[in-house]
Design a protein around this ligand. Sequence first.
Ligand code: PMP
Length: 412
Amino acid sequence: MTFDVATIRKQYPTLQQEVDGRRLVYLDSAASSQTPEAVLDAMDVYYRRLRANVERGVYRLSEEATGRYEAARARLARFVGAPSPDGVVFTRNVTEAINLVAYSWVRRRLGPGDAVLTTAMEHHANFVPWWHAAQDTGVELRIVPVREDFHLDVEAMEALLADGKVRFLALGHVSNVLGTINPLRELIALARAANPEVVVLVDGAQAVPHLPVDVAALDVDFYGITGHKMLGPTGIGALIAKPERLEQMPPFLTGGSMILDVSAEQVVWNHPPHRFEAGTPMIAEAFGLHAACDVLDELGMHEVRAHERGLVATFVDALVAADGVTVYGPTDPDQRSGAISFAVDGVHPHDLGAMLDSYGVCIRVGHHCAKPLMRWLGVNATARASLYVYNDVDDLAPLLEGIEAARRFFAR
Ligand code: PMP
């Protein structure tokens, strides 16, 4: 299908609203995307027609709900090129997916003398679990620095890998602050050259919504995603893993559904992925995520990327050219995605956010859960405009207008 944003926007009820008589300009999809009708309808099917628990009923309603829940798993596996649905564990969000690996892999297998390598551009979700594990286990946490050009410092990374102690690499695919698309294959190859046994986790929260991703081709052990940034509902994410890795892991949370047998003497864990889905899962949300994958595939992920690449080029060029604006992130659209962080001289990001709100423009301001990166940038906060399938160039003028108004008002 051709990328007709006017038609696409009609599918999003929230975007039909006006703010003070103006079109709502939603530039915060890196925090959470909007929800299309198809996703709302899919969740409605659960609550209106198939409401029953899953994985345990013998009656048809429950069996059909279970079938659709498992179909969502298979759909997501296909969407991200996972080797098998058995390697898809539904979680609450990517934060939980990463914690699952921190608790069931890293904390169990690594100890003093081992190192975990992460980077200075990670979201806290892919930093704090490793920091915490390091505190508790004596594992060493190593951090790849960021270069002046907003890319990871590959030479420093090589040096951090040189002694072969890094047994686990935790890396973001796309930075939620800088927009930088990390060259995963190259970086993973470096880590594997230093230690062929290194286990790799990628935080794909900002990649899967925006780029065609093929997890099997990337050959990573773990890949985390979160549904609410990819047109899906809140409250569902997934850990995509090599099934053999999951087989080797004990559960993270325990309780119902994740066992084969329980007695006072012993508990036998269920097979993956069910071993990692204790309790009643997010059923309506799985239906919704299924529909979100359908919507994105119908648009075509290559087309989504092409649309955003064009738009990000226009936005970045305009912001770079605007008076008093500094953009933090690569300017080459081939090297970046649509999360654009910037500062406006003399205007605190929170003041800017409030001014833009009065123009009907929603942006994110703050540290973006990336405090190590904020420290490196030498700022407490940035403003961030982020783009998605329902944005177009009409969203640029109100952004620039609001920035100019904030400069006039605050930066005297
Ligand atoms: N990683 C990245 C790169 C993110 O942008 C985010 C969300 N801002 C997360 C992790 C955390 O996502 P969630 O809150 O859905 O777990």
